[in-house]
Design a protein around this ligand. Structure first.
Ligand code: HAM
Length: 425
């Protein structure tokens, strides 16, 4: 029989990499708590109809869809937003607003696998529902900034736009919603020529081309340029005004590197307002992204509820940390000790010593292979343990054990009572 492998695009995470994932998740959870988001754990499988409703073609065509044994059309979640919007229209519909929910876990998309692009990947997801104020958009950007910073990432930068500017231009020039979505999909992929080809009106094409040419780090100046371009487009003007309010709040409350790109679009169809992504200079793929979606909850049958949110791609954040060589800095420092009983007769006492150390936060590997001391020590050394605690009959009688520092190779006999202090230092 051939040996089994993971399904294409899905990975096993092991050792240090798995530890880095866990650390990123811990930081994401801490960030959620700092910003007042409560955790929601939702199913991996949801009704197909829910997941495909407003996600957009890009995601719709890449879902893992199947029929369950009861004949229901279901799919593996490609993101969290639909599940959280479902909650907001059902179980949590009477909760006081704002509703702030955090989730973390795997999501599934049939993307073409490559570095940073998998078919099963991890997201940390934040949704803030019930506020249409620019303060809410600002909080989402600030929490992303906070997460990137506490992870130790250097020189990450935000790209910010507003879907209302592009849609405002298209709708005023008579482009229907379906074509608008198709244009936005092309723009998301930076296929600008193809995007413009979908638009009949010459005036609309030239305004969009103007938008594509605008891009700047000085947000105030960039907004001015947009204002000049969209003069006469009422909805686009209001969107630019809203974007400028968000940018003013962000830049006056945090020092972050950002570029305003009004022609920037995202693959998901539900966005209605500010959208953003975050990058590091060494990687072309976004580490995270999100935006405002004021009509999704209503589409799912709920009360009209403005909302804004974001998701961070943890697999990519881990690659970014490895690229910038900071993955090690967020590892939890923990001393590791091997506890080795020399004879059968001291096994119980040795186990008690192991438990004592674990209780005080030392990571302990008890000798469970029944090896002789020499072999067990060799193994502990090979696996880079800090200490070996050797438990022998003669020492036990005196309330002591032998501790071997595996880094300096020093060996001392000490009282069991002093063992923790010795290892801690
Ligand atoms: P998204 O941009 O589709 O947004 O995904 C968020 C992040 O997930 C991306 O920035 C990227 O880091 C990561 N990601 C996406 N596809 C892959 C892949 N194939 N492999 C590895 N990582 C990937 C959303 O999912 C929205 N639900 C975000 C949101 C929440 N908007 C509002 N609320």
């Amino acid at each position: 029989m051939p040996t089994f492998q993971t399904v294409r695009g899905m990975r096993d995470l092991l050792g240090e990499e798995a530890q880095t994932f866990t650390n990123v998740i811990t930081k994401a959870r801490e960030t959620a708590s700092l910003f007042g988001f409560k955790e929601a754990v939702t199913p991996h499988v949801e009704p197909l109809e829910l997941l495909s409703a407003k996600s957009g073609d890009e995601i719709r065509q890449r879902m893992f869809i199947f029929e369950d044994l009861g004949g229901r059309q279901v799919a593996l979640r490609p993101e969290f937003t639909a599940s959280i919007a479902r909650l907001a229209t059902s179980t949590l519909k009477n909760e006081p607003k704002p509703l702030k929910l955090f989730s973390v876990g795997t999501v599934y998309r049939y993307d073409e696998p490559q570095r940073g692009r998998y078919r099963e990947f991890w997201q940390s997801n934040f949704e803030l529902m019930g506020s249409n104020k620019p303060e809410a958009d600002t909080e989402i950007i600030l929490l992303t900034d906070r997460l990137m910073r506490t992870l130790g990432l250097q020189s990450y930068a935000f790209k910010i736009g507003h879907i209302g500017i592009i849609r405002g231009i298209l709708s005023q020039d008579g482009v229907d919603e379906k074509t608008q979505n198709a244009v936005l999909q092309r723009m998301d992929k930076k296929e600008y020529e193809l995007a413009l080809k979908l638009v009949d009106s010459e005036k609309c094409r030239s305004t969009l081309q103007g938008l594509i040419n605008i891009k700047g780090k000085d947000w105030y100046d960039t907004i001015e340029q947009i204002n000049v371009l969209v003069a006469g487009y009422e909805k686009a003007k209001a969107a630019a005004e809203n974007l400028s309010e968000v940018l003013k709040l962000i830049t006056s409350s945090a020092e972050l590197s950002l570029t305003v790109e009004p022609a920037f679009a995202r693959g998901l169809e539900y966005y209605t307002g500010m959208i953003f992504e975050v990058y590091i200079p060494q990687l072309e793929i976004a580490l995270g992204g999100g935006g405002r979606y004021d009509r999704l909850i209503e589409t799912f049958g709920g009360e009209p509820t403005p909302a804004v949110g974001c998701a961070h791609g943890i697999d990519r954040v881990v690659i970014a940390l490895q690229t910038q060589n900071t993955a090690g800095s967020i590892n939890v420092e923990r001393k590791v000790a091997a506890v080795i009983p020399i004879t059968e007769s001291v096994k119980v006492e040795a186990l008690k010593i192991a438990q004592l150390l674990r209780e005080r936060g030392v990571s302990v590997e008890f000798e469970i292979m029944g090896r002789r001391m020499g072999k067990a020590l060799e193994d502990a050394d090979k696996r880079n343990f800090d200490y070996a605690v050797i438990v022998g009959e003669r020492e036990l009688k005196e309330g002591t054990v032998v501790v071997k520092d595996l880094k300096s190779h020093e060996q001392t006999t000490i009282l069991i009572l002093d063992l923790f202090e010795k290892i801690k230092n």
